[in-house]
Design a protein around this ligand. Structure first.
Ligand code: AHG
Ligand code: MN
Ligand code: MN
Ligand code: MN
Length: 320
């Protein structure tokens, strides 16, 4: 049996971020934008480590007024996008209106981000992260997650990682921040397979959503391992790193959707699907949902194909 030779240059583990990106896409603007965002993530990782608190404005150990760490992350990301010269519009969970970043609409990109996902668990020292999605041109509404040319997350845990995927390059790729400040390619994920691992968000919805309760009972009966931190970034990152499992964030009559399609759900959907996993809002891939308003919210599940089929069937009686 002869294996078909891939036409794209193969990324090798150990590559620097720039080496990888240069092999992965001929688009110099996209390379530059992803490099600039990497710089911002590196700075945010440092700020998260030393910030005195999260939430509202706070005071550091010297008595100086500090920006809350999520607002600081927000500012660093807007600055990185301006500096890239390839960003037309940007908006964030903290500033949910389009900001003109001065880059071109033609050949440039528009970027949506959640600067610090899990800002309320910084003090408990759980992992937190940054999420962003990159769309071509000047539109962040009337588009879908599938239109993204790239998506990424920064994970600030015991290790700092930059996990990214590009539309025209296979796989989801993890870069580790080394001591000397460089990003090194350490993992590639192209498949999400079987594995009894569950990460049940918004569990309070089981109170008045009996179908969600049924799904949770299935995991318990089948002796799945529970791994949930309450930070969507580490909770979804584990599916990509362990290459198995399911993350759910389900709604109920008394528990409305919290997660935002543009800033959180679509970019993570892109990362999971490029990694060989699946996503769903209960009926369809979250990448097929049209983003009508910047603040659109949705329920979501990410995981292996089998787990997503079970999720849709248990909640709605059928899978697409
Ligand atoms: P953010 O910190 O950006 O506002 O969002 C945190 C999110 C997400 O990371 C997590 O899955 C979800 O909030 C958990 O919500 P609850 O703690 O309300 O269950
Ligand atoms: Mn968030
Ligand atoms: Mn946030
Ligand atoms: Mn928030």
């Amino acid at each position: 049996v002869t294996k078909a030779k891939s036409t794209v240059a193969k990324a090798e583990l150990g590559d620097s971020l720039e080496e990888f990106l240069t092999k992965a896409t001929p688009d110099k603007g996209l390379v530059r934008l992803m490099m600039c965002m990497g710089e911002a993530l590196r700075t945010i990782a440092f700020k998260v480590r030393t910030a005195s608190c999260g939430g509202t404005a706070c005071v550091n150990s010297f008595g100086d007024e500090q920006l809350a760490v999520d607002m600081l992350a927000n500012q660093l990301l807007f600055e990185a996008l301006t500096y890239s010269h390839y960003c037309k519009y940007a908006c964030s969970e903290e500033v949910p209106e389009l900001q003109d970043m001065g880059g071109p609409a033609e050949g440039g990109f528009s970027v949506a981000f959640d600067p610090l996902d899990g800002s309320s668990i910084v003090d408990t020292n759980f992992s937190v992260g940054t999420i962003f999605g990159v769309w071509p041109g000047d539109k962040l509404t009337g588009i879908t997650g599938r239109d993204q040319v790239a998506a990424a997350m920064g994970v600030y845990g015991p290790r700092t990682t930059y996990v990214l995927a590009l539309k025209d390059f296979p796989g989801t790729h993890e870069f580790l921040l080394l001591d000397e400040g460089k990003w090194q390619h350490v993992k590639e994920t192209t498949e999400v397979g079987e594995g009894k691992l569950f990460s049940p968000g918004n569990l309070r919805a089981t109170f008045d959503n009996p179908d969600y309760e049924k799904l949770i009972n299935y995991y318990v009966k089948e002796k799945y391992t529970l791994r949930y931190t309450g930070g969507m970034v580490p909770d979804v990152n584990q599916i990509i790193v362990k290459e198995k499992g399911i993350f759910t964030n389900v709604i109920s009559p008394s528990s409305k959707a919290k997660l935002r399609l543009l800033f959180e759900v679509a970019p993570l959907g892109f990362l999971v699907e490029k990694a060989g996993g699946y996503s769903s809002d209960g009926h369809q891939s979250v990448l097929d949902k049209v983003i009508t308003n910047l603040d659109d919210r949705t329920q979501v599940a990410y995981g292996s194909k089998d787990e997503i089929i079970r999720f849709e069937e248990t909640l709605y009686g059928k899978s697409r």
